[in-house]
Design a protein around this ligand. Structure first.
Ligand code: F6P
Length: 491
């Protein structure tokens, strides 16, 4: 945190994202503050607390309007404000076209290559452009100088970097793409592929989680735009503007000593969770924690549990998967169908292998807060992350970060960006049900000494490569680019 503050030395930082870090909601007990289930928010929020500045986001809570000032601003975190949240209000048409439509029915399946067909509607594209312009206008309005540092987050704002660049040519624009980038063939089906690429190339720095996604992006630009590409330096020059395309693996804030001191001991967490769920003492408890999204491989995970019980009947009555699935984007039909499919499969597997007092799969389709997840992670024997494609995935990092008892096994999809760093996990191809079932078995019987060896190493990796390092690397590259800009301007 301290290093980040030094790096920024009083520069103004403006973050732009769709999802807001705090949601104010009306309840019978008055206004309560909620944190959304979002990897992006989990990662960017601690960085913002370190930098101060302004975060511009879509106001989505039922009481969001009740707590802002005349300029739609509110200090956050609530109660001990460290930075400003500036809310943008979207009409129902804007939200439908820009967020549900173009971002989540178009860009999301397009970039995840998730075998769900992307939908591109002209009307969604119009809203997407208009909303990008509204957020760009807000950035310009918030800027106190001609060269603020603007941190643009994710696929909701592919056009915004060029829009801001047109009005603030000296701004340092860091765009981070939190989801994968597909290969040029897959991307080519987007009717507005050129506009999207040109918009993104308004950025000073364009960050992805992995080198692989950077390479895909550079190849896509090479295929569809007249741009100069210096492969050696990962630099693209388009319309005389330079963009550095670099990988910055995102991470989490490592738990502080104070936070760790607030945790109940792992055996106590286990006792509480087992009591609550009515689990037998010798149960092997696996947990999955995801947004309820078709990219997360939840169906494949259920099939793997089924296969495990077929292959190893000794686990019937003794192996339980707790699947927490936070509802998300549920106005979209694809998500509704997916939820139904998961509920049906859970029921089927439970009917097949359940016994009085025992169900192999416990599905909780609800949002769980940070403390509840910490308790669940600390109670579990196994954490299962089987995304079919994921930019990074932070659940696996959160799991190892709270296991200071150095026990627990991580089963991790090779298609999550995290698999590149977290090599001591049991790495699986989630499309291969047999392989995942075998990994679950191996995790369930892994001796404590091997668990310790693996998780200790994973913890070291995540502790070292934490979210401040992610932001620090990006800001260090930005600092170099600002210096070059100043030198060039003097010549
Ligand atoms: O991390 C990827 C991401 O799409 C974020 O951009 C987003 O905040 C999060 O997942 C949750 O999705 P949503 O904001 O649509 O609920």
């Amino acid at each position: 945190r301290g290093l980040l503050r030094t790096q920024l030395r009083g520069e103004q930082v403006i973050v732009v994202s769709n999802r807001e870090p705090y949601i104010h909601a009306k309840t019978d007990d008055g206004i309560v503050v909620k944190r959304p289930a979002s990897g992006l928010v989990a990662a960017v929020e601690p960085v913002m607390r370190a930098c101060s500045g302004t975060w511009i986001a879509h106001g989505s809570g039922s009481a969001d309007r009740d707590v802002v000032d005349a300029n739609d601003r509110v200090g956050v975190p609530p109660g001990h404000a460290e930075y400003t949240l500036r809310r943008i209000w979207l009409s129902a048409e804007e939200e439908q076209g820009y967020y549900y439509g173009f971002a989540n029915e178009g860009m999301w399946p397009l970039c995840h290559v998730a075998h769900v067909r992307p939908v591109f509607r002209e009307s969604d594209w119009e809203q997407y452009k208009a909303v990008n312009q509204r957020f760009a206008d807000a950035v310009v309005a918030e800027a106190r100088s001609e060269d603020p540092v603007v941190l643009v987050q994710d696929y909701h704002f592919a056009l915004l970097p060029a829009m801001v660049r047109a009005r603030l040519p000296r701004a340092t624009i860091l765009t981070f793409w939190h989801i994968p980038w597909p290969n040029p063939e897959s991307f080519s089906i987007c009717p507005w592929r050129k506009e999207i690429l040109e918009g993104m190339l308004g950025s000073t720095i364009l960050g992805f989680h992995t080198r692989y996604h950077c390479k895909n992006f550079i190849e896509t630009v090479d295929r569809f735009l007249e741009a100069r590409i210096e492969h050696e330096h990962s630099m693209i020059t388009f319309n005389d503007d330079e963009t550095l395309v670099e990988s910055y693996p995102i991470s989490i804030e490592w738990p502080s000593d104070a936070e760790r001191a607030s945790w109940a001991p792992a055996p106590e967490c286990r006792r509480r969770v087992f009591d609550r769920l009515g689990l037998a003492a010798d149960t092997v408890l696996a947990v999955g924690v995801d947004r309820f999204d078709y990219t997360k491989g939840i169906l494949e995970r259920l099939h793997a549990v089924e296969r495990l019980l077929e292959k190893h009947p000794e686990w019937i009555g003794r192996f339980v998967l707790v699947q927490i699935a936070a509802p998300t984007r549920d106005l979209l039909e694809e998500y509704q169908l997916f939820q139904q499919r998961i509920a049906r499969t859970t029921e089927r597997v439970n009917e097949r292998f359940g016994r009085p007092g025992y169900k192999p799969i416990l599905l909780f389709a609800q949002h769980h807060d940070h403390d509840a997840l910490t308790e669940m992670y600390r109670a579990a024997d196994v954490c299962v992350v089987t995304s079919l494609h994921d930019g990074m995935n932070l659940v696996c990092k959160e799991f190892v970060s709270v296991r200071d008892d150095e026990q627990g096994v991580l089963v991790l999809s090779r298609f999550a960006g995290a698999a590149r760093e977290m090599t001591e996990a049991l790495i699986v191809n989630p499309y291969h049900v047999e392989e995942t079932a075998d990994a679950l078995h191996r995790a369930a019987i892994m001796p404590p000494a091997e668990q310790r060896e693996r998780i200790a190493s994973l913890r070291m990796t995540v502790r070292e490569n934490n979210v401040f390092r992610w932001a620090g690397h990006m800001l260090a590259d930005a600092g170099r680019s600002r210096l070059r800009q100043r030198i060039d301007e003097r010549v």
